[in-house]
Ligand binder design. Structure first.
Ligand code: SAM
Length: 235
C-alpha cells in the first residue's frame, strides 16, 4: 500500500486527474491512496500568505519557509533518521526522473510530493524538511503540479491492480535498459502500409525475436546512452 500526499497551492488541479481510470484502478485494488493538500491550511495570517520577496532582490517571489515546513512536518513528521515518509520536492535543480527512480518510489509506503511555485522555495525548506529533489527534465515549468502528476502516474503503473495486464509493465520501454519497439493494431493495411508479416504469423518465437531485434535497433539508434549504461545487448 502506497500513500501519496501532494502539498500544493492548487489542490483543485488534482481532482480531475485523480479520478481518471488508471489511478482509480490502483485505488480500488487498495494499492494506492493519493491526497492533494492545500498548503494555505498551514498559513497563519489573514491573507493565507505563502510567498514573499526574495532577499537580495531579483524578480518574482519565493515560497516562505513557515507554511511549507509546517505542512511537511504535519504530514510526514520531522526530518530525522527513521522517518517513514519520503519527502520529494519537484524542482528543475533535482535529479532527473527515470524509471529506476520511479521503481524506488513505488516500493515505499509514504511519499510526500512538494510542489513549488513562483521562483521556487526558500532553501531552508530543502535543508530542514526535504529528503530529495526530483526534476522532470531540463526545462522550467511554472509549478511542481504537473511534475507531481507525472510522478503519481508513473508510480501508479507499477502498483498491483493498475494495469489490466501486468505483462505490459514488463515489456515497456526502459525495462532491461531498452526502449520498446514499434507496435501495430488493425487494419493490416493502412494507406498502403502493411503490418510486418511476422506479427500476423502466429509464430510466438519468431514474434518475440522480431520484437527484441526492433527494440535493440531503436535503442541503439535513439538512446545509445542506455546501451552504454549496460542495457542488454544482442547476445
Ligand atoms: N527559479 C527556479 C529555477 O530557476 O530553478 C524555477 C522555479 S519554477 C518557475 C517554479 C516551480 O516549478 C519549482 O519550484 C518547481 O517546483 C516547479 N518546476 C519547474 N520546472 C520543473 C522541472 N523541470 N521539474 C520539476 N519541477 C519543476
Amino acid at each position: 500500500m502506497l500513500r501519496i500526499d501532494v502539498i500544493t497551492i492548487f489542490p483543485e488541479l488534482f481532482e480531475p486527474f485523480l479520478s481518471t481510470s488508471l489511478l482509480g484502478a490502483a485505488g480500488r485494488a487498495g494499492g494506492l491512496e493519493v491526497e492533494a493538500r492545500d498548503l494555505r491550511e498551514w498559513t497563519e495570517d489573514r491573507h493565507r500568505t505563502v510567498d514573499d520577496e526574495p532577499y537580495g532582490g531579483g524578480p518574482g517571489m519565493v515560497m516562505k519557509p513557515e507554511p511549507l515546513v509546517a505542512a511537511i512536518e504535519a504530514i510526514a513528521g520531522p526530518k530525522e533518521p527513521g522517518r517513514k515518509a519520503r519527502v520529494v520536492l519537484l524542482s528543475p535543480q533535482g535529479e532527473r526522473l527515470d524509471q529506476e527512480k520511479v521503481k524506488e518510489l513505488a516500493a515505499g509506503s509514504h511519499l510526500v510530493l512538494v510542489c513549488g511555485r513562483y521562483e521556487g522555495v526558500d532553501q531552508r525548506v530543502i535543508d530542514l524538511a526535504v529528503d530529495e529533489e526530483i526534476s522532470m527534465g531540463d526545462y522550467v515549468l511554472s509549478g511542481g503540479e504537473v511534475p507531481a502528476m507525472a510522478v503519481i502516474e508513473a508510480v501508479s503503473r507499477l502498483l498491483p491492480g493498475t494495469l489490466g495486464n501486468p505483462e505490459s509493465a514488463r515489456t515497456e520501454s526502459f525495462e532491461g535498459g531498452v526502449l520498446e519497439g514499434p507496435q501495430y493494431t488493425r487494419p493490416a493495411v493502412f494507406r498502403g502500409r502493411q503490418v510486418p508479416e511476422v506479427l500476423r504469423s502466429g509464430d510466438h518465437g519468431a514474434i518475440a525475436r522480431w520484437r527484441r531485434e526492433r527494440a535493440l535497433e531503436i535503442t541503439k539508434r535513439r538512446r545509445p546512452d542506455l546501451v552504454a549504461a549496460g542495457g542488454e545487448d544482442e547476445s
